[in-house]
Every structure is written in structure tokens, then in C-alpha cells.
Design a protein around this ligand. Sequence first.
Ligand SMILES: Cc1ncc(COP(=O)(O)O)c(C=O)c1O
Length: 488
Amino acid sequence: MTGSRQAQEEETLDPHDWEEIRALGRQMVDDMIDYLRDVRGRPVWQPIPEDVKTQLQDSLPRHPMPARDVYDAFKRNVLPYPTGNIHPRFWGWVMGSGTVTAMLSEMLAAGINLNQGGGAQAGNLVESQVISWCKEMLGFPESASGLLVSGGSMANLIGLAVARNSRAGFDIRREGIVGAPGPMRFYASSEVHSSVQKAIELLGLGNNALRLIPVRPDFTIDIQELKDAIRRDRSNGFLPLCVIGCAGTVNTGATDPLATLADLCSDEQLWFHVDGAFGALAALSPELRQAVTGMERADSIAFDMHKWMYLPYEVGCTLVRDAEAHRHAFTLTPDYLEHTTRGIGGSEIWFSDYGVQLTRGFRALKVWMSLKEHGIEKFGRLIRQNVEQARYLETLVRATPELQLVAPVPLNIVCFRYSGSRADAGALDALNKELLLRLHEGGVAAPSYTVIDGKYALRVCITNHRTKREDLDLLVAEVLRLGRGLEG
Ligand SMILES: Cc1ncc(COP(=O)(O)O)c(C=O)c1O
């Protein structure tokens, strides 16, 4: 076989026709910008039709299909059936609403395709700068370390891994937890997010290691119960290591008394971790900052920018006060990853030394571009706007006799239900469950649900920069219409 014949057979994934793909790319950008611009006019959510489900189960493609046809399949079968979280009336779980520039920056990040594990490349400097900005935003010292991660779950895992390793009192990376002189104990309120339990399980501690402390009527941790639990555990041979404070609980948005927890942890020599997945970002608003006072004294903080900074998935962050403890928990440098002083391996920081992943994507870019484009003050104003919207909804609920508020509204979450004229609690649970399903299926609005003090509740969590007060008026009107229909 001749050299030129071999060359002909060599393949690549680059397009044959660059102009054709350029036109398709432009079309995609145009379509997505229209999609975002027109989101208010569409239903929040709609069920996926059976034929679409079938088409999304077709067999492994063996042969090429024109990129335009693939894109058409996306437009037909994927684009119309999202969860709805970019819609102004989506308030379920704790979802992000996304932004236009960050969408475009995701394309740039995929195009440049940096591996953010390490190396002398500008992306590392961008991520370092973003982490510096995060420290400043949350009041952490510049000497702290940080890592951008997939989200709050991973951010909690990283923070709690550092807590475990640095407070265990022996070389846990070498010995494993079997080397511990007694069972380790972590403490958090009973309202702590499930990702904390998952992290404790993944750290090999077993979920018995997570002591869930009762809460007060405002859903914040009962400090006396916490102190008692730590004292009891010490006297029974357990090893208390860490307290996890909640800045914004997932159910009701309650924030533990973080300054008191910081004092307690310093007295008891415990690691203080804050799960501030969304609540930590209240610090961006001068009017709300005091709600999270004490957070800046934590040893580690987990928070998400894909929640209350509205950026597209995925981007969370862990900050750790003691940078060396952070590095020590994860660094591992075989010959093939040696950090050089010159050439491509010569970066000052290797992010792979601070987390689980070696290969990491360039999620820093969308944060960097968005902060530059809008400035931090605008994010602070939007967060405050969401809190004011939650208070507005609270007022509407309180003013409507057929509705019942089932939890305080300290931040951006409102839990309420249709109570109509029925007294029976079981019947009300069933009615509200059906009401919520109809609300989703009608495509008008999308709260989620939870159970508060045994009562099934509609849960409106506003981490949405597109929401307007009139959307909340519409929600209340629709809940009343559906509730009255179900009752009558
Ligand atoms: C308080 C809290 N912590 C942690 C998480 C987990 O974050 P993620 O879903 O980004 O992994 C959530 C998610 O809603 C949360 O509300």
C-alpha cells in the first residue's frame, strides 16, 4: 500500500465541509437564543409522548447521519420536553434557571476543551481567579483554597473528606478508617440535605456516624441538644470530628446560628463545615448578609453557582480555610503527573491535587464570563429580589383563608397548602398531592413538594431570575382554582 493511499484512508471527526457546519452552528445559536427569549410563552412542563420515548430508545448508531438531521432529532425529541427549570414559573427543588451568556460560554469551553486538572494554560488562571472571587464573596481569607466541582453534593463530599482526614488524628490515607481509635461522629440538624449523608457513607463512616440533631420550631439546629450529643459521644468513646451547619435548608430555607456553631466548634476543637448550597449566596446581598454571619469562620464551605447564581449546570464550589489540609487530603503525584517548573506541566496550581477528579472540564469559564458581564452587585440584587418575591407570596398565602402556610419563610422558600374547608389532615394531604400533579400537568407553574411536621406541602423555592410577582399571583389563582375544583 502506498503512502498516499494510506493518507487517504486516515479519518478525523472534523467536518468535511466547514462552511456547512458553520451554518448549522449559527442556526443552533439562533434557535437557542429564541428558545430562551420565548420561554415565558411556553408551558412550564409537558409530559413526554410515548412515540418520543420510543424514538429515544433506538439502537446504537453504526453509520453516519448528517449533523443537521441529528440536530433535527434533538429539536424534535429533546428540546420540547425539559424539566422546565428555565421557565419563570419553575420553583421546584432548588433548580437553576441558566443565563444566555453562560450558555454561550459553555460552547467556548467545549471548543477550547481544556483539561483543568493542571498544566500551564490560561484556564487554570481563570479558575484560580474565580476561586479568589468566591473567597471574597463569602468572606474567606485569600490564603484559603478552593475547587470548582459538579455541584453541592460533590462540594460537601470534598469538604467532609478534608474534615475527616485532617481531624482523624492519624494518617487515614494510609491506614483507612479501620485505623481509628473509635467510631467517628459528625453532627448536623435533622434538616440537613441528603447529600451530606451520602458523603458520610462514601467516606466509609456509615450513616450512623451522622448524628441528626433535632431542630427548633424555626427549623434551625437546637444548640443544647447538639452540645449534649457531643458530650455523650465523647464519654461513650466516640470521636466527634465535625459539625455541619446549614445555610439555607432544602425544606424551608432555615439557617442555623452559624456564629454560635463557629464558637462551639472552636471550643470543642471540631471541624466546622457549612452546607450553603444556595443559602451561602445570601452573602452577596448587603441586606441579607447578616443571615449567614459566622459562615466566614467555617473550616470549609460548600455552595453552588448553578442554584442561586443562576448559572447553567454544573458548577459548585468547595472552599477550605486550611489550604494545606485540603491539598494533603487529595494530592497524589505519580511520575507521569509530575509538576514541572517549565513547559506545559509547569503550572503553579494543579487542581487535581484538591479533589477526586484528575481530568476536569472548564466550568470556571461560565462563572468568569458571567461575573465580568453582570458584576457581583447584580447577583446580590437578584438574590434579594427572590427573597422579596418569597415574602410577597407569603403575604398572599396569609391573606387567603383557603391557603395555609406550613413553615416560616426566612429566605426564598415558601411551604404552603390548600386547606379549603376540610379539617381532615389525611384528606388534605391527598388533595394537595393531586393538586400539585395537576399544576405540573397543566404547565402553568411548577413548585415541588415536601412534608413539614407531617403535613404534605407545596414548596416554592425561588432561585429564578426570570420570576415576576405576577407569576406568583397566577400561582395562587391556579392553586385556588384547582383546590376548589378538587374539593367540590
Ligand atoms: C442544601 C443543599 N445542599 C446540597 C444540595 C446538593 O446539591 P447538588 O444538587 O448541586 O448536588 C442541595 C440540592 O438541592 C441542597 O439544597
